[in-house]
Ligand binder design. Structure first.
Ligand SMILES: Cc1cc2nc3c(=O)[nH]c(=O)nc-3n(C[C@H](O)[C@H](O)[C@H](O)COP(=O)(O)OP(=O)(O)OC[C@H]3O[C@@H](n4cnc5c(N)ncnc54)[C@H](O)[C@@H]3O)c2cc1C
Length: 437
């Protein structure tokens, strides 16, 4: 296919979401000399911590290296999961069924929390709990989905339905997959208007946000912390690191954290407007489809159902963004016949943070709080863990408890924060995904 057949004339590498809300320019203000809480990073996670603290009357300062909304939080695919990156069978194998159930229940609590926040705060972000299909890429994957469906239903209270290959066409416009698992409850939202809504409410609650203020050091003192930034120094009683995949600053504390997160390059595309009849042929069920490949693909309607958003091949390197977008276009053209001929209007990229156990981590290191390692499902999970961290700082320890408390935050010997081996691992997993069993 020619470039003109794949890309719309007004193609841009800005995220589709930025049409309605882009990164925010903030007026430059002097840095205060002290605050109750200093938060490093003003992405969605930083805001999730800041809002309840500011509402509780604490002085909160968010220190942001770039502009609010420049990071991953407005680059997402807008999918709101009620699962974890680590699959349920994987967690049962690693920790036993009890703990796997606890982790998956917590993922359920995270999405309920997010739904409540959006409703109570009145954030207009196209939030819809439309459910999700997991599309089995081979027969073995369908059997595995079937087995986990039963346990998820019984132990975690999931509403799950298995749809065999013969009935698949009523739900998705593809014959490529070996059956579907339909999970009720997962949602979609508009990645940037949700962020903008949280930002407005956090500012209205009295938190200060300092853009273009990079934190370069955090020093523990007898009565709190001294935080050094590119624009001066601030003292704080508590410090929260919410830098996720951007955890790369050169100081000893970040060094410990950096050795535990793997920044992963991820891509999303949005098509030109799709006619309603064609949309109904591609996604008759109107829900997000996520494949069971280890290196997965996803496709979903935009919140207004006028565009298709799709992505995949996270972790691939050495390929430019437009070449990546063209490859993804080819994948969906091959697997969804009615997709052919749709042009890409937006293709963008960003980084999420993987961890060595594929679980999110919220805890404390040398007295500093951190929330890191979203593994690509940070919209619900980090809203939840950010809220829990705020409760911990407020001393509401019982409410702050989480199934993820006390989880060892693993690294690998010799790993210093540069995941050079990920592209090779992605190639290996992609080759394994292509096997018919
Ligand atoms: C392409 C893509 C698609 C995704 N799709 C989904 C999805 O569909 N569903 C989902 O749940 N999740 C998705 N994610 C993940 C989701 O976007 C993240 O989990 C979430 O945005 C993490 O928010 P955050 O605030 O922790 O990180 P960010 O939004 O990245 O914010 C971190 C901030 O920290 C700042 N910072 C870093 N270092 C410093 C420093 N030294 N000093 C000051 N500031 C600093 C950065 O500038 C940045 O603004 C996706 C991610 C990407 C990249």
């Amino acid at each position: 296919m020619t470039r003109a057949e794949i890309f719309a004339p007004d193609f841009t590498t800005d995220p589709y979401w930025w049409r309605e809300a882009g990164p925010r320019n903030m007026p430059e203000r002097p840095l205060p000399s002290r605050a109750d809480i200093a938060i490093v990073g003003a992405g969605g996670t930083g805001l999730a911590v800041a809002l309840p603290l500011a509402r509780a009357g604490r002085s909160v300062v968010l220190l942001e290296a770039t502009r609010p909304g420049q990071g991953a939080s407005t680059r997402s695919g807008g999918n709101v999961s009620r699962t974890l990156k680590a699959s349920f069978p994987e967690l049962v194998h690693r920790y036993g069924e009890e703990r796997a159930v606890d982790y998956y229940r917590e993922a359920g609590l995270a999405i309920e929390h997010l739904s409540r926040v959006i409703e109570e705060e009145g954030i207009e972000c196209g939030y819809r709990r439309q459910g999700r299909y997991y599309a089995a890429h081979n027969g073995h994957a369908y059997e595995t989905l079937g087995r986990s469906a039963e346990t998820l239903r019984r132990r975690v209270g999931y509403e799950v339905e298995m749809i065999p290959r013969a009935g698949q066409r009523a739900h998705i416009g593809s014959d490529s997959y070996h059956g579907l698992q339909l999970v009720k409850g997962p949602a979609i939202l508009h990645g940037a208007t949700f962020y903008a809504g949280m930002l407005d409410r956090t500012l209205a609650a009295g938190a200060e946000i300092h853009a273009r203020t990079r934190v370069t050091g955090i020093r523990r003192e007898t009565d709190g912390f001294e935080v050094t930034t590119s624009r001066g120094t601030i003292r704080a009683d508590d410090v929260v690191v919410a830098t996720n995949a951007e955890t790369g600053a050169d100081n000893p504390l970040f060094g410990w954290l950096r050795r535990r997160v793997l920044p992963i390059r991820a891509f999303v595309c949005a098509t030109e407007e799709v006619e309603a009849e064609r949309m109904a042929r591609i996604l008759p069920g109107g829900r997000t489809v996520i494949t069971t490949h280890k290196v997965l693909f996803h496709i979903q309607p935009s919140p207004d159902r006028k565009h298709l958003l799709f992505g995949g091949w996270a972790g691939r390197n050495g390929v430019g963004l437009t070449a990546m977008a063209a490859d993804l276009h080819r994948y969906f053209t091959e697997h969804f016949p009615d997709f052919g001929g749709l042009r890409i209007a937006h293709a963008w990229e960003g980084h999420f943070a993987y961890t060595f156990d594929a679980l999110p981590h919220a805890g404390m290191r040398d007295g500093v709080h951190y929330i890191l390692g979203d593994c690509g499902t940070g919209i619900p999970l980090f809203s939840w863990l950010g809220h829990k961290t705020a409760l911990r700082i407020l001393g509401r320890t019982e409410e702050a408890k989480s199934a993820f408390d006390g989880l060892n935050f693993p690294t690998l010997p010799g790993y210093s924060g540069n995941p050079w081996f990920v592209p090779a691992a992605v190639r290996w997993y992609a080759a394994r995904d292509a096997l018919p069993f």
